[in-house]
Design a protein around this ligand. Structure first.
Ligand SMILES: [Zn+2]
Ligand SMILES: [Zn+2]
Length: 285
């Protein structure tokens, strides 16, 4: 009730530039806010998608600006062999799931498939880099950097010691299969790249879905605990860690407790907060 129940969507404003991180159900509220604002909608919206699990794209068809011919939307996401990012979103908005199609949308859409080693700029003042995170069917984390600050967005990732996720489904038997030396090395490299992505960030928004007890039961879902998020944040020397992607069954009272507990565990110079719907982050000058 207080922390909010919508799925992942974060708006980033750098001057006039509008970036949106993931298209979960929160995107619908963002579209409504844009439609109700006195200001015209942004001419261009940059939508960065970490992966196409339902909870990260389901807000897309309910985002008002896709029906506005004045708006252009650049959509970024992970390149796969099959299906393309465009095909996945096209399927999600077409029969038999919805009575529309990608072609029928009024906004001008452009798709950009990227890989985890890619860096690119938005305008001449915002730099985006990515890293692969440890999540079923692979996913990205993003670092958005400008003179206003550095924000890292890793809504979905497992830790780096139980399972190495890739494109194949992990069948969970109740006990982790032993990792090969190759897999251990791949996990260590992935973790290193994630710490680098987070290095010196003002804010990292990081997957903290599970309690440690839940993690032991569902490691094949590819989510982390607040302790695992805090380890990464500490190692990367970030200023503020936002615990994010709460378990859908978590209550406000439980999140209050988690917030208090991890705020106390934050090392000097770092803040740890539980993210809530409508939260605003701004760099203090
Ligand atoms: Zn996911
Ligand atoms: Zn998710």
């Amino acid at each position: 009730m207080r922390y909010g129940g919508n799925t992942a969507c974060v708006e980033v404003r750098v001057g006039e530039t509008c970036i949106v991180l993931d298209a979960g159900t929160g995107l619908r509220l963002l579209g409504n806010a844009m439609a109700q604002s006195d200001a015209p909608p942004p001419e261009r919206i940059h939508l960065l998608i970490t992966h196409t699990h339902w909870d990260h794209i389901i807000g897309f068809p309910f985002f008002e600006p896709i029906y506005d011919s004045r708006v252009s939307i650049s959509i970024y996401g992970l390149r796969r062999t099959q299906p393309s990012l465009r095909a996945t979103l096209a399927n999600a908005v077409s029969d038999p799931l919805l009575p529309i199609s990608l072609e029928s949308l009024n906004a001008n859409l452009a798709f950009h498939e990227i890989n985890h080693t890619m860096c690119f700029s938005i305008g001449d003042h915002i730099h985006v880099s990515a890293a692969q995170v440890n999540h079923p069917y692979r996913a990205l984390g993003y670092r958005v950097e400008s003179s206003d600050g550095i924000l890292v967005f890793i809504p979905d990732t497992g830790p780096f010691h139980t399972i190495l996720f890739s494109d194949e489904r992990v069948v969970w038997t109740g006990k982790p299969a032993p990792l090969s030396v190759e897999e251990q090395r791949a996990l260590a490299r992935m973790r290193e790249a994630i710490v680098k992505l987070c290095a010196g960030a003002d804010w990292i928004i990081y997957d903290s879905q599970f309690t440690p007890e839940q993690y032991l039961r569902f490691p094949h879902w590819g989510h982390s605990t607040p302790d695992q998020a805090l380890d990464i944040a500490r190692e990367a020397g970030v200023r503020e860690l936002l615990l994010f992607h709460h378990d859908p069954h978590r209550t406000d009272a439980e999140l209050d407790l988690i917030g208090r507990r991890y705020a106390q565990q934050a090392p000097p110079g770092m803040r740890v907060c539980v993210a809530y719907e409508g939260m605003e982050l701004r760099r203090e000058h």
